[in-house]
Design a protein around this ligand. Sequence first.
Ligand SMILES: C[S@@+](CC[C@H](N)C(=O)[O-])C[C@H]1O[C@@H](n2cnc3c(N)ncnc32)[C@H](O)[C@@H]1O
Length: 391
Amino acid sequence: MTAAVDVRARLVDRLEASGVLTPGWRQAFLDVGRHEFLPDVFWASTGDGYERCDRARSPERWLELAYSDVAIVTQWDDGTSSGQQREPTSSVSMPTMVASMLRDLDVHEGHKVWEGGTGPGWNAGLLARRQGAHNVVTVELDAVVAAQAAANFRALDIAPTAVVGDAAHGYLPGAPYDRGILTCSVRHVPPALIGQIRRHGVLVLPFAPLFGGGAVARLTVTGTTVTGTTATGPFTGSSAFMRMRQQRYQAPPVDDYLPGDWPGDAVREYTTLNPLNVVDDWLASFVVGLAVPDLYYRRSNNGGSGMTTLWLFDTGVTSWATVDFVDGASRFEVRQSGSRRMWSEVEDTVRWWTAAGRPGFERFGLTLEGGEHRAWLHQPANPLPSPRGQD
Ligand SMILES: C[S@@+](CC[C@H](N)C(=O)[O-])C[C@H]1O[C@@H](n2cnc3c(N)ncnc32)[C@H](O)[C@@H]1O
């Protein structure tokens, strides 16, 4: 298929020119066609929505999208969707993201690699091409997705160890690994993942706090203590991945926080910090989520009244807050209730981050020790401050 070879070469050149594709990966990207992992009908993520593409009707557009720098959704709603599509639940990731995570992985010849979240299998195919299939294990939870990946591998005569299972458990029979790469996001790194990687080995994963935002973490396994394996490393850049299925959050009903009518016993205050500037900013949300990992929010437009209310909750169901945004206002009404001050925690974090010069994703990092996550700025010895209202 000459057309595919040509568009693929152009994509590879673009990835190389942008610096994300390192020389060691070039041949694998040329050899392992992305389109070989795509179904006849898919949805390309075009930034402001999804473009449905049917190969039978638009073969040229299908191929063009296959080699565009966009994520391509291949499953919605865990495969249960019947036209009412809401959540993308499996995809072939964006080429820039695949290349940059593989760059972060820093594989060397003979390295054994574990991947969590096979999806249709492109990334595992690339790894198998470079490392040799016998050095690659890939784990997918969804049996239908895994069967499709297995068929894709067979058609291309690539044979990584493809396991149907929960990536949160790693894959012990293949451990220890030199490298691990997770392609669904987590807000807690499952201990098995670092536990199955050799000392000085690397785990690359998309980390997405509950509050919002996301970034790729590159963790180096530093050792083992009585409380388990330890790992630390920086974030390498922004990311937006679908969540590991078990780490989706099912929020309790608002009544569990506020049994009576709003505002209950909440204290009223005002803030000059625009709440929407926090939640609509991927980096600001990420920083808040790192500093306050048990915080989440909901947004309500109050039936189109012109006012947007940001509701903030803790997962421990002890506290809530609301902040009312009105266009053009210079201060916003805040209500806070419970043992914590959820908005104050957000505001303190944003003001601390702003005072620090609004450092970017790459300035932050994560240390895992004794089952705990500790986020830091600039270096592991500099943990994020605890906002007011937290013990
Ligand atoms: C973004 S897609 C993977 C992209 C893929 N690696 C590629 O080559 O482009 C994320 C995948 O993670 C899978 N997934 C989610 N939770 C999982 C879990 N607990 N264990 C294994 N796979 C999981 C989803 O079913 C989905 O197929």
